[in-house]
Write a protein of this length. Sequence first.
Length: 344
Amino acid sequence: MSKKTVLVTGGAGYIGSHTIIELLNHGGYEVISADNFFTSSPKSYDQVEMITGKKFKHYKLDLCDILEFDKIFSDHDIAGVIHFAAFKAVGESVELPLKYYHNNIASLVNVLELCRKHKTSNVIFSSSCSVYGNIEKLPVDENTPLPKAESPYAYTKQIGEVMLQDFCKRYLDFSAISLRYFNPVGAHDSGKIGEWPNNKPNNLVPLITGTAIGKYPQLTVFGGDYPTRDGTNVRDYIHVSDIADAHVKALNFLFTGKNKTNYDVYNLGSGNGVSVLEAIAAFEKISGKKLNYKIGDRRAGDVVSVYSDSTKAESVLGWKCKHDIKSMMKTAWEWELYREKEKF
Ligand code: UD1
């Protein structure tokens, strides 16, 4: 039997590239990918091919350009789409809301239009725990009603989920899953690929490793006066390869027709709440390096604390988180050292 072809949008990005590795190595799928490289590097495709020893087709494409995007669907028999491509910086979305509304929403509309046109009936959507906003009851599960979003980024994820739900309600032959990621960090076990932003990163872990290696002079911890155990935000950090594995499991689940409803949503977190200072301490322990940091002002759009109840993904998709915070920090640090060595 020939392999099914999966389109991975945003495949040169952080989670996209790690997911392609899983799809090629353990999923038994053919992969094609599209990325505009606005926030990623095309070199990550070379790394994926080196790690897997497999080649795959990839296109430079802005998904908002539906005519160009249509050509990819016409040229391939796409069985399913994993839609990662999106802007993802919470703080920037507060500054530039239209950039987020335009890109994150138009790209999903185009994915669904083209799925309809080309009879592709399975989509996995990158959602985010940011849809939960500031919630009291933790850990949070999927039944929690969604409040008003704390940032335009988070709102684009809420809108994306509603759009998929409406689409699935209208077209019963179409199936979709939204995966709500908590905070993906770390790097592939090979140490040869990881988070690879074009510019200075916004996320905590690449800023920690980048500061430790001397790319940035000092890390600012955003806020030390939150109502948490040490005054800093609490997040649920989860290894990127665990997230990637969940995508393969979710896709297999749809392809085998095991889903009881044609739209569903799953949390992907480790279940552990870790504060910013605890994350720094975990890094210092694993790397043997003292981090230069200071406590600064709060960042707009940040929620206080959030961590996951991921029981549903475990019981329905058969997924389990394999990495702990030590392995997240260890692999992130190995990737930073590799990048320095290779001058990436
Ligand atoms: C948010 C989403 C997450 C999404 C990610 C995409 C929430 C709760 N989570 O993560 O689902 O995948 O965006 O980017 O909305 N920090 C510092 N100093 C820094 C950078 C970050 O103290 O220089 C702190 C932040 O204030 C936050 C934590 O580190 O408390 C993690 O921040 P970050 O890595 O940017 O991710 P989130 O914004 O939590």
